[in-house]
Structure formats: C-alpha cells, structure tokens
Design a protein around this ligand. Sequence first.
Ligand code: FAD
Length: 417
Amino acid sequence: MRFDTVIIGGGLAGLLCGIRLSESGQRCAIVSRGQSALSFSSGSLDLLSYLPDGQPVDNLESAIAQLQQQHSEHPYARLGAQRVRQYAQQTQTLLADCGLALQGDVDTPHQRVTPLGTFRQAWLSPQEVPLKTQTRLHTGVVGISGFLDFQPQLAAGALRKRGIDAQAEEIELPLLDRLRDNASEFRAVNIARQLDLPEHFEALYAALRPLSEQYEMLYLPACFGLTDSVVFDRLNQQLACPLRLLPTLPPSVPGMRMQHLLQQRFTRSGGNWMPGDDVLRADTNNARVTQLWTRKHEDIPLRARHVVLASGSFFSNGLIAGRDRVREAVFDLDVLQSAERRDWYRDDVFDTQPWQQFGVRTDEHLHGLRHGEALDNLFVIGSVLGGFDAIAQGCGAGVCAVTALHAAQQILAQGGE
Ligand SMILES: Cc1cc2nc3c(=O)[nH]c(=O)nc-3n(C[C@H](O)[C@H](O)[C@H](O)COP(=O)(O)OP(=O)(O)OC[C@H]3O[C@@H](n4cnc5c(N)ncnc54)[C@H](O)[C@@H]3O)c2cc1C
C-alpha cells in the first residue's frame, strides 16, 4: 500500500499532522494501535506554564528565549519563539474548524478550575470549563449520587480555602440506576452515554433546576457531551444560572470528544484511519525509511515518501523502559536519557522526575536520529520526543501541536519530490 505520508500514532500529535496533510491534498494514513492520552486527559491544552527552573511563564517569547539558554534540547528551543507562536495560532484555527469550542489564546493563558478545586494554567480549555476569573459567584459544586470519580465536598472545600463561596450539593438521577449496579461501570463515559440521549434531558434538567435557583453558578462533573455540546448548551439556556463542567478522573469525556472530532475531521478530509493496527518494525535504506510492517497487514508493507512517528511516550508504549536503557519501540531511534538507571527518577514522587524528559533525539528539522545519523524522511513529533517535561513545565499538548504542524509544513514544502 502506497501513501504520501504514513503517521504512526493517532493521538493529538498524529491527528493534527494528519489533518493538515490530508487537507492539503496528501494521501495520508494514520496507523494507531489503541486509545491515546487524549482519552485520559483533562481536555484542556497546555502550551508552556513553567520554565525548567520553576519560574511561571507569562510571556511566551521571553520564556522561549530563556529555554534556548537553559534547555536547548526542548522542542520549543529548537523551533524558536516565532514558529512556536505561529503554529500555536494555526492550531487554534484548526481545532475550531474541527468543531471544538475552546476558550483561551496563545497570548492570554488562563487559570482553569480543576476537579480538586485548585487552579491550573492552560492555553486552551473547552468552553464548559470554569475559569478562575468567574469564581466570584455563589457556586454550587454538584456531585451525582453514587459517582465516586468526582468528590464535590473535596472541590468545594478547596475552593472555600481560596476564598470562593462554594458549597457541595448532590443530585439523584434514578435513570442511572442500571449503571449503579456495577461500581466499575459507573464512570463518566458510561454516564455520558445515558445523559447525551435526548429522552434523558428532562430528568437531568429537573434535578438541576432547583439548585440553579439557589446559586449564581453550578459546577457539575463532565458527564455528558461525548460528541457535541448539545446538552451543555440546552442546560445553559434553560437553567436559572450558568453551568460549568469539571473533568473527572479518566476516562475523560472532554478528551474523548476532542479525539472523536479530530478523527472525524481527518477521515472527512480524505485521510485513511487504520485503528487497532500496530507498526511492528520498519525497513530502512540509505538513511530513509522504505517500508513499514504492521501486525494486521502481515506481509503487505506500507510504503510512503514520508513517515511521521507520533507514537507517544511510555504511556502509549512509544518509549519502552528496559532494565538498562529506554528504547524507542519501532525504529530504535536514539533516546535522550540519563545513562545510569538510578538517575532516571527521584525518590520523592512529587519531585520533577528526570524520566519525564526522556524521549527521541532529532535534528533541528525533527528528523529522528539513529546512531547519530538523521533518517531523512522520518519526522518525530509529540510526546515521544525528548527534552521536555509535560507535567512540570505544563507544555504537553503545545509540544504535540507545534511539532505536528512543523513536520507537516516541511513535508508539504518538499512537495512531490
Ligand atoms: C494520562 C495523560 C494525561 C495527560 N493530560 C494532559 C492534559 O490534560 N493537557 C495537556 O496539555 N497534556 C496532557 N498530557 C500530555 C500528553 O502527552 C499530550 O497532551 C498529548 O495528548 C500526547 O499526544 P501524542 O499524540 O504525542 O501521544 P498519545 O496520545 O500517547 O498517542 C500515541 C498513539 O500512538 C499509538 N501507538 C503507539 N505505538 C504505536 C505503534 N507502534 N503502531 C501504531 N500505533 C502506535 C498509541 O496507541 C496511541 O494511540 C497528558 C498525558 C498523559 C499520559
């Protein structure tokens, strides 16, 4: 099977790259083994919240200038501030075109309210997510009876400690009784499958209406809206006060909606989505990837002028930790890592962990390196890359988006060569 570009991995990075390429007329395939990190994420996207020395970031340009001095392996340091800003802005447009209603902007990071009642900086958040700037109101934090993945008392207590007038409440929804029979089924995604049904709207509305008359703002766990914001919009039109949603423990409804809408956009733009398949190995010749072998296609290799590796980090098995070294799973690319195993981690689990920054080494074009040599038609993007800490620096989604569009831009610039 021949393509212009084959992308390994259909998470945020692979999908953004794939959409850009397919919409530009490329014959593009994404092979993706399983669920991506999006299904477990908050649904909010981080661009860059902290520098490696812990300084909070309020100006992207000067932060990237400091990264270039402090941390030259960081993907942003490689690309430079101008390109990071430009690709981040393009991502905003692309996500909006996919039907994702997000609040936020490159120049105005916001503080979102977390399910623990704390604040966390983000670049883009779903429109449902409450922001710190909206927390002056008398707020009811509403749990769903029996749903353990969101604790309204915990969130309301933490908000009160921050001076916010918040009270915990609970609603009963007998329509969910069937799920309650099995605690492991009583998860946000399964609840959403029920609450997204039009016939269940009135019951949800009836449970929330009295509370909306008592408070100036309601927070509810994000338990509806798997594919669209119809229920959220209707509730906000009909309730007596505004409603906002907090992401729950994974799996995450806002994250799954993002995955769904990006996948839909990719296939609608002509992309070939190959789910449940696994790129097992690759053949290379003269510093180029010549063909990819997958589990499902067995003896039929995938051939492409360009290959993009977007296989994710340890979480998605893009990187695999052995006893003595961390390896990249498909091409055995060079990996940025501490040589001694004892230096991989720090004993205090709340400390920044060195292994978080492990990942593939590339040249400045994002070509993967093997034994120090670039593979000329292989681009590496997203969280399989090394040199950044998505948690400590708050830059996970940003690195995915910026590197995805940079790779796509270079592939398109090379045209039909
Ligand atoms: C649990 C979790 C939560 C996070 N939450 C946030 C958040 O809220 N905000 C934020 O900004 N960042 C968050 N991050 C950071 C996150 O890494 C990025 O935001 C981003 O979603 C990662 O996307 P990715 O495309 O690089 O990789 P992934 O999402 O990991 O996707 C990689 C995909 O490649 C597939 N794959 C791997 N190997 C192969 C192979 N050989 N063949 C075929 N397919 C393969 C995997 O099955 C997977 O579907 C989170 C990370 C994790 C792990």
